[in-house]
Design a protein around this ligand. Structure first.
Ligand code: ZN
Length: 218
């Protein structure tokens, strides 16, 4: 009997799903729904399992054919444990036991931070994956993932890959993390737009400051 796995990306706005067949990891179906806004802890896991069940049904797959579910979350994770996730309003949550409440226990659950999983995934699809690699995610903020000896570096608290908060300059303005002088404060989208606006006060510019995007700045 054929075996399958799921990848689930839980974001603050949407939850994205991919159903893959083993052993070749071929994509069978993609799906997306909105992240529940109330009663987050249980509602998110119930929705994820409901969606997995309905995707199984659509593809004539029995739950016993599911080998594992890999989950990405938008916060630091250490051994499946989340201390705090503001985007999902989670606090002190063990994702393994939360998922195991709703899924047969023989299904393997793997959990990590979304940028860590992006780093791992991008590395893994190379013809020859790197043993050691650093991966940047550039958006409003700066995230990332670090691969050491082929494994995700979680660090002591799960924030090992959060390179956006490396100290890179002597700054005085506070960063969202509470410190100052972070990498994110010079090269995140928000930081680039702010610097452009600040510079436009001193120098003439052709930029449309009302609808400014990072693309325009570049
Ligand atoms: Zn910071």
């Amino acid at each position: 009997m054929e075996k399958y796995v799921y990848g689930v990306d839980i974001g603050g706005t949407n939850i994205k799903y991919g159903l893959f067949s083993l052993p070749k990891m071929e994509l069978i179906q993609k799906y997306e729904n909105s992240t529940p806004v109330s009663n987050h802890e249980t509602s998110i896991f119930m929705l994820v399992v409901d969606t997995i069940n309905s995707m199984n049904k659509k593809n004539n797959i029995d739950i016993s054919q599911i080998e594992g579910v890999g989950i990405a979350v938008p916060c630091p994770v250490k051994n499946g444990y989340v201390e705090k996730c503001p985007n999902l309003k989670w606090e002190k949550l063990d994702i393994y036991s939360s998922m195991n409440k709703y899924l047969p226990s023989k299904i393997k659950i793997a959990v990590s931070n979304d940028a860590n999983i992006a780093a791992y995934g991008e590395n893994q699809i190379l013809d020859i994956p790197h043993k050691n690699a650093i991966f940047y995610t550039l958006g409003t903020g700066v995230g990332g993932g670090i691969i050491i000896d082929g494994e995700i570096l979680e660090g002591r608290t799960g924030a090992g890959g959060e390179i956006g908060h490396m100290h890179v300059f002597e700054g005085t303005e506070p960063c969202s993390c509470g410190l100052s002088g972070c990498l994110e404060q010079v090269c995140g989208t928000a930081a680039i737009l702010k610097q452009s606006r600040d510079l436009s006060l001193k120098y003439p510019t052709q930029l449309n400051l009302e609808k400014l995007t990072v693309k325009d700045v570049f």
